[in-house]
Design a protein around this ligand. Structure first.
Ligand code: ZN
Length: 279
């Protein structure tokens, strides 16, 4: 993602209703966020008589009209109506690549985010790079569902990392593929897969693991062997997974810690589960 400044327009002679035009700008920015055109939080304000926002664009061309969803295009029209001119984007980042991966180049994808990730939760399975949601051939409501799912994941990951009262319920949500957040994520994977015609895996986070047998643990959903034959070497890139179940469309890694065998049970195969199926 790349730092940019979006200048909405000037209130040169004080004739604009600043509250109204600011609402239009914020509505537009929110629509860009949910469509995956910008990432993370933005900073906004009146400066030198102009309303400006400092934000992160997914790619240098992300705000071109052709990438707008129906909703973000409508919000843009309201901005032009309010300010009298279209907003102007200026990239502020020093180094900007000229070539980017297209989603069509990916043989597979996986869904994953984490507490410190503001980019797209849909990642290329071959390179491990995020694919901006607005580029995927899915409708705008699915993009918004993906944005909301990723936001929920980030919140829960933060709660787990902060080790407070809800540490373990939050961990279960991200580490157990039958927990509600994971079931929702798997359902989203299925919808993306229907649209792109390629496998879309759900990444199952695993922090606590077994002192023995961790490398041969079975798929948490079907109970079958899912250890990958292309076993990653030490310090392998994230997207080279230790585990992959093709029928269940799950991927995962060997646990990071073996210091709590009770917690290691979370996310393991249970032959008599009470499972919620994807809707
Ligand atoms: Zn399986």
């Amino acid at each position: 993602m790349y730092l940019a400044r979006l200048t909405f327009g000037a209130d040169a002679n004080g004739s604009l209703d600043r509250g109204t035009v600011q609402d239009a700008a914020e509505w537009y920015l929110a629509s860009l966020l949910k469509n995956g055109q910008i990432y993370g939080e933005w900073v906004e304000g009146w400066s030198g008589g102009q309303f400006v926002a400092y934000l992160n664009v997914a790619r240098p061309t992300s705000l071109e009209r052709r990438f707008h969803s129906e909703w973000s295009a409508q919000a843009l029209d309201k901005v032009v109506e309010a300010f009298g001119v279209p907003p102007q984007l200026e990239l502020l980042e020093d180094e900007v690549p000229t070539r980017y991966r297209r989603w069509e180049q990916s043989k597979s994808f996986y869904l994953f985010t984490h507490a410190f990730d503001e980019t797209s939760p849909v990642n290329c399975g071959d390179r491990g790079v995020p694919i901006p949601l607005y580029l995927l051939p899915v409708d705008q409501s699915l993009r918004e569902d993906l944005y909301r799912w990723a936001s929920a994941y980030v919140h829960l990951d933060n709660i787990w990392l902060n080790s407070g009262a809800l540490e373990m319920p939050a961990y279960r949500q991200i580490a157990d593929p039958t927990a509600e957040l994971s079931v929702d994520g798997r359902e989203l994977c299925g919808k993306i897969e229907s649209a792109v015609g390629r496998p879309v895996y759900y990444y199952v986070m695993r922090y606590w693991g077994r002192q023995t047998g961790e490398a041969t643990r079975v798929c948490p959903l079907c109970g079958k062997d899912w250890h990958t034959t292309d076993a990653p070497v030490k310090d392998a890139p994230f997207h080279q997974f230790d585990f992959r179940c093709e029928p269940c469309r799950l991927v995962s890694h060997i646990a990071s810690s073996d210091d709590n065998q009770r917690h290691a049970r979370i996310g393991e195969f249970n032959p008599k589960p009470r499972r919620r199926k994807p809707r």
